[in-house]
Design a protein around this ligand. Structure first.
Ligand SMILES: [Zn+2]
Length: 230
């Protein structure tokens, strides 16, 4: 049981075995939504699968909630401490933010604080700026690093001592539990719209429709918004 202000051994252990788990999660979080989006586009545009108003509304509601979690929660509340709120609202924002598979709330916050502390410098985890005088290829590689590559680079994703950027968070057991269980919330964020789709259409096809529109397409679009910003 973790207690506030106690050294967080679980975090240290998790940091030590960062690479494989984080790499698998980053790959899954990017490839599965991409495949779902391609499947959805192909089945609607190429094979004429009908799109219903319900599908669009489900996507819009799920996207809105995901952005509330990421922008209001992860970004403004956790990373920038822009406002105060209750413990229950804090948890809700943290859970909604976790549903887009952009990483656990503590790592996301640490990454964003490192970004603001070193914007467009070499120690910015997702800087698009290559050193002056770099070749065209080197500049393109740096662009791709800022876009997506940094998530697959342990030195960008989890450099040694990353948790020191979040001393206000990683000693809190409730936030730490949320952080390490974020993938479960991500899976729930795909399953909930799938179940809503199944209930609405009363079929397994409805389950798939909800999973694609409210889950995978929503994750793909939400994540692209962040990648493109970087
Ligand atoms: Zn910011």
């Amino acid at each position: 049981m973790l207690t506030p202000n106690a050294p967080n051994q679980a975090l240290l252990r998790q940091r030590a075995r960062t690479s494989r788990r984080d790499l698998i999660l980053a790959l899954t979080a990017n490839i599965v939504p991409l495949l779902g989006t391609v499947f959805l586009l192909a089945s609607t545009l190429a094979f004429g699968m009908p799109v219903h108003l319900f599908d669009i509304v489900l996507f819009a509601v799920c996207y809105f909630l995901a952005m509330v979690g990421l922008e209001v929660g992860f970004h403004r509340y956790f990373a920038h401490k822009s406002f105060k709120t209750s413990k229950s609202m804090e948890m809700l924002l943290g859970i909604l933010g976790s549903m887009s598979f952009q990483g656990g709330v503590i790592l996301w916050t640490a990454t964003h604080r490192r970004h603001h502390g070193n914007t467009d410098e070499p120690s910015d985890p997702h800087s698009p700026v290559a050193p002056a005088g770099s070749s065209r290829g080197r500049r393109f590689a740096q662009f791709m690093h800022a876009y997506i590559g940094w998530m697959f680079n342990p030195n960008s994703l989890k450099p040694k001592g990353w948790e020191r950027m979040t001393p206000d968070m990683f000693r809190r057991p409730d936030l730490f539990r949320l952080h390490v269980s974020y993938a479960k919330w991500g899976i729930l964020g795909v399953l909930i719209p799938a179940l809503i789709g199944a209930a609405w259409y009363q079929s397994w096809q409805g389950f798939l429709t909800g999973l694609l529109w409210g889950g995978l397409l929503r994750i793909f679009v939400a994540n692209q918004m962040y990648y493109i910003t970087n």
